[in-house]
Design a protein around this ligand. Structure first.
Ligand code: DHB
Ligand code: MG
Length: 225
């Protein structure tokens, strides 16, 4: 077999995994295509990560899901497909242009009835969501400096047994740098808060793949917040 450069190899393995286990379909393909056509950054989760989100939703029999950071709605579609019957997902997007693309993508996937897309800054909208919770699953994938605050809200809006998933916690290893940029500081502060919070038990996994070297944190809320 031809030897591939590291990042090519990661992508090739992602493709292999997705070819084996992650069926794509017209709605997911169209969501990515429309996102690209609209000039959204290609920072959506990879297909195998999307399916992980769906499986976590299913495994937790999630009836209420909160997503912070919709982008074009690709991860939203995966998460919403994991909802229990009659389940609902709320997703928050600060950028109205991204939200417009996401709205079409979500509707095209037939999920407009289960998904509520809120347009605005998460820090402004989260305090108003108490009556919509508790959420069974929260996926945080928005601006990285905001992550510590979103994590604190996620715990508040959870119940014992909820799962909180945080994307981009490794940043090509930059998370190790105490003097890193604002994104890195956001992730380091998130780790600090998670470590000190007696209401959650968490871990994180480094990921490599089509999206480079990054990581996902998964935290279980273990006591009633
Ligand atoms: C960025 C954001 C993401 O959510 C991601 O998965 C990858 C990169 C970014 O802002 O650079
Ligand atoms: Mg991300």
């Amino acid at each position: 077999m031809k030897r591939l450069e590291t990042d090519e190899l990661w992508s090739a393995v992602d493709d292999y995994i997705s070819d084996c286990l992650v069926a794509s379909d017209a709605a997911l393909d169209a969501a990515l295509k429309a996102s690209e056509a609209a000039g959204l950054p290609a920072i959506n989760v990879a297909p195998n990560q999307g399916k992980l989100l769906m499986l976590l939703a299913r495994a937790t029999a999630a009836r209420r899901i909160l997503e912070i950071g919709t982008l074009g709605g690709y991860s939203t579609i995966w998460l919403a497909r994991g909802l229990a019957p009659e389940g609902r997902l709320i997703t928050i997007e600060a950028n109205p242009d991204y939200a417009a693309v996401a709205r079409v993508n979500i509707a095209r996937a037939g999920l407009g009835g289960q998904v509520e897309l809120l347009v605005g800054r998460a820090q402004d909208l989260l305090p108003g969501l108490a009556a919509e919770g508790p959420f069974d699953l929260v996926f945080i994938d928005a601006d990285k400096p905001g992550t510590p605050g979103y994590f604190q809200w996620a715990v508040k809006l959870s119940r014992r047994g909820s799962l909180i998933v945080v994307d981009n916690v490794v940043r090509e290893g930059a998370v190790l740098d105490p003097d890193g940029d604002a994104n890195v500081q956001g992730m380091r502060r998130f780790f600090e808060l998670a470590a000190a919070d007696p209401r959650v038990s968490g871990t994180a996994l480094q990921t490599v793949g089509a999206k480079g070297h990054d990581g996902l944190a998964i935290l279980l809320v273990t006591t009633e917040p």
